[in-house]
Design a protein around this ligand. Structure first.
Ligand code: NIG
Ligand code: FE
Length: 406
């Protein structure tokens, strides 16, 4: 039925060949509609339906028969840093393993940088992401590792994202190398107090060489006690207890998941929800896979098929950072996930949009349904399949963020 005309500035995107709504209805997770139109009012989706029933609007964008998708939700990125580690990447491509040891190099460069330098880097990467269709990005601290440097990293991150994550427990910084217990005390005490006002989430790198499970549990519990949601970096470099810790604490997401035992998969699967209800809360722990990291560290890719077949909710994100994954491109991650991780193109697109939203426990992004934020991309392609089918090709023709063309 044709909706009644409304009293605000409206924008109609029509002549959409394939519209991915992620509305979760009708057994098709992508909720694909053909010959559709989307009405946008006040930065939100106001109406979705067949183009022939589209209401009149103040302005119009003709999608020219192309595919329109929700903007990507990149739920894992480390954008507040200085310097790069291109030489470390070159050494890896010549056979050196990735150990995470280079994190301290970036900590040194980040501490030495001015606020404006850090802000400029976040701004540049955020702009790069937007051009590639990313309309929501989570931003972590984790290269300051002092009270002042973690607090300023999060202050700067909060200028660019609602989803900021305190990662004071990234590694133990050099000055605490021989007294990790003291560093955990610092993170749980003054550092958390300074960081929490600027953060929505807390994260720990739970891995051999970073934080063991007891330290990780203690730090995450302190964050929860002051109202932060939990996310965990786990099972990236080898098997370990991080995934099960994340599930135990009700984390929104556990990220990397490269080395999983049957018990890890069972733990994730037993906490799953069967569908993402249009207005429901996400209560599951999402497995966020970061194939850019495996690409850039020449590591085996995580077994996405195993997780999906077990019913685990999977998200894809870039892990954008100067060490293990210096890509800002969600289309690249989608292509890797399809080619290297045995995800179907539909599963990968869902994971990069609705999956990312689930990992951030957000219901206002990652979908194009009435009431959602009007974040969308128009492809230079007729269907979502082309994102994986045409890897490396700039297929994002236009991005709308909060209903505004960028
Ligand atoms: O998610 N694994 C821990 N942290 C980052 C890498 C950080 C770095 O190497 O600078 C990651 O991959
Ligand atoms: Fe990361």
């Amino acid at each position: 039925m044709r909706p009644a005309p409304r009293n605000t500035t409206s924008l109609l995107v029509d002549n959409i060949g394939e519209l991915v709504t992620n509305d979760g209805r009708g057994g098709d997770p992508l909720g694909v509609r053909r010959d559709a139109a989307v009405l946008i009012e006040d930065g939100q989706v106001a109406w979705v339906g067949p183009a022939r029933y589209a209401p009149a609007a103040d302005r119009r964008i003709d999608a020219g028969g192309a595919a329109v998708l929700p903007g990507f939700v990149d739920s894992h990125a480390h954008l507040v840093f200085a310097g790069d580690r291109a030489a470390e990447f070159a050494a890896r491509m010549a056979g050196e393993p990735y150990t995470g040891g280079g994190i301290r190099t970036t900590v040194g460069a980040t501490r030495a940088a001015s606020d404006d330098d850090l802000r400029a880097t976040v701004s540049r990467l955020r702009a790069e992401m937007l051009r590639q269709g990313t309309t929501t990005v989570e931003i972590k601290s984790g290269y300051g590792l002092s009270v002042a440097d973690e607090a300023r990293s999060l202050r700067i991150a909060a200028e660019f994202s609602e989803d900021t994550t305190f990662l004071g427990a990234h590694v133990v910084p050099a000055e605490y190398a021989d007294r990790p217990d003291d560093y955990v005390g610092l993170v749980c005490g003054p550092m958390l107090a300074a960081a929490a006002p600027h953060a929505r989430w807390i994260d720990v790198f739970c891995e051999r060489g970073a934080f063991d499970v007891d330290h990780a549990r203690a730090i995450l519990a302190c964050g929860q006690a002051v109202g932060l949601g939990v996310r965990v970096h786990a099972n990236q470099l080898g098997p370990g207890p991080g995934v099960r810790l994340a599930v135990e604490l009700g984390a929104a997401s556990v990220d990397h998941c490269t080395h999983l035992s049957d018990a890890d998969v069972d733990a994730l699967a037993s906490h799953r929800i069967d569908c993402m209800c249009p207005d429901g809360e996400h209560t599951t722990t999402v497995a966020t896979l970061l194939p850019g990291a495996e690409f850039s560290t020449r590591s085996p890719y995580p077994d996405a098929r195993r997780l999906l077949d077990a019913g685990v909710t999977v998200a894809l994100a870039t892990d954008c950072n100067p060490g293990s994954s210096y890509t800002s491109s969600m289309p690249f991650c989608v292509a890797l996930a399809v080619r290297e991780m045995r995800m179907t193109p539909a599963e990968a697109v869902w994971a990069a949009t609705a999956g990312g939203a689930a990992a951030l426990r957000r219901t206002d992004v990652g979908r194009l349904t009435p009431g959602a934020r009007a974040d969308l991309m128009i492809l230079d392609a007729p269907t979502h399949l082309h994102l994986a089918y045409r890897p490396g090709v700039p297929l994002i023709r236009q991005v709308l963020h909060n209903g505004v063309p960028r």
